[in-house]
Write a protein that binds this ligand. Structure first.
Ligand code: A2R
Length: 328
């Protein structure tokens, strides 16, 4: 018998993403919380809350532990923080994410970040707005170009392949590094990130932020990328050793970097902000109203499917064995 969803209590941040928020409030008994603090969970709901929607972070571990009946956490975003996610899954709680619906948007962002890093369109736009064209003359011609580059993709998955298709469209060769070669592509695979960085002059990172990928882009990889090298990161900030990157940009070990994600968001190192050879955006890879709405729908759809059918739509790979009625 499917449950009456209005009797299902789902915990959600009070300021959650609009479409997800509306769908969850309309469908479930939504329990809203301003900050993720177990002390703020209403006492009469603590043992009743079976679902949760969140942008998961380490701060959610105490909340997960404070909810004895929790069955599913619907995470907003394709990336899912390993600490709370694996903690929940170990307890038999399903964790879901929002893959695929953001592939093309994030890939568009990757190309925008790459082009801005090379051609400085943001600074050129400011040149007009700040009245400098009339006052100071023509905008200084950028040193770097996309032309003639060879692009390496670190993480040729759903989003990485959408980035690769765009790079092909721009007429440039694509190489990649995953732990194993992808089955459905003909791009050259490199067995290590350092080998990839040696073979290319432009490195785009789209890997998940895991223990394994932490600081994978280190001083050695940046050295291998070389003095004409450009780094773009649109995956997770933890993948790049930020201090090594700052040193590489300051010393000319690589030429420039375009970053949408950072190690300690929303804090961005002052050195990166001060540099002329960086292009920085505030984690906006999937940020458009239509794509964020599609992600919000999938957050709600995962909760509905779990409570109506007993299975989530898009569980994270580590949670695929979990159903409402136990592990498979
Ligand atoms: O390693 P493989 O063969 O499983 O390939 C995956 C690759 N990958 C890695 N490559 C090298 N070393 C690793 N330790 C490693 N871990 C994962 O990253 C796969 O090709 C790719 C991830 O692709 P998907 O799982 O399809 O993720 P999607 O949807 O493209 O999103 C990637 C990330 C998210 O996790 C967020 O952090 C960000 O982009 O938005």
């Amino acid at each position: 018998m499917p449950q009456d969803l209005k009797s299902v209590s789902v915990l959600m941040p009070a300021n959650f993403y609009p479409r997800a928020y509306e769908r969850i409030v309309d469908t479930f008994d939504a329990v809203l919380m301003d900050t993720p603090d177990p002390a703020l969970i209403p006492a009469d709901k603590r043992e009743r809350i079976t679902g949760m929607a969140a942008l998961l972070g380490p701060q959610h571990v105490p909340i997960i532990d404070a909810l004895p009946a929790l069955q599913i956490i619907s995470n907003f975003g394709v990336g899912y923080h390993p600490v709370p996610s694996l903690h929940a899954i170990e307890k038999g709680i399903c964790v879901t994410h929002t893959p695929d619906v953001l592939n093309e948007e994030v890939a568009d962002t990757a190309l925008a970040v790459l082009l801005n890093t090379l051609r400085r369109f943001d600074r050129a736009g400011a040149w007009v707005r700040d009245g400098r064209w009339a006052k100071d003359g023509n905008f200084p011609v950028p040193l770097l170009s996309l032309r003639g580059r060879t692009v390496g993709i670190f993480g040729l998955g759903r989003i990485g392949k959408a980035v690769a298709r765009r790079i092909e469209g721009f007429g440039l060769p694509v190489h990649y590094h995953n732990r194993k070669p992808a089955q459905d592509v003909a791009y050259p695979w490199h067995a290590s990130l350092k080998e990839l960085a040696t073979a290319v002059d432009t490195l785009i990172c789209v890997v998940p932020g895991t223990e394994e990928t932490r600081h994978a882009v280190n001083a050695e990889v940046l050295e291998a990328l070389g003095p004409n090298g450009v780094l773009v990161n649109i995956g997770r900030g933890t993948v790049v050793d930020e201090q090594a990157l700052i040193a590489a940009l300051q010393s000319g070990t690589i030429a420039a970097a375009g970053l949408d994600v950072f190690e300690n968001e929303p804090n961005v190192p002052a050195e990166l902000i001060a540099m002329e050879n960086t292009f920085l955006t505030p984690h906006i890879g999937s940020a458009s109203v239509p794509t964020r709405a599609a992600m919000g729908d999938l957050v709600a759809d995962n909760l509905v499917a779990w409570f109506e059918k007993g299975e989530a739509v898009t569980p994270v790979p580590e949670a695929r064995h979990l159903t409402k009625h136990g592990a498979n």
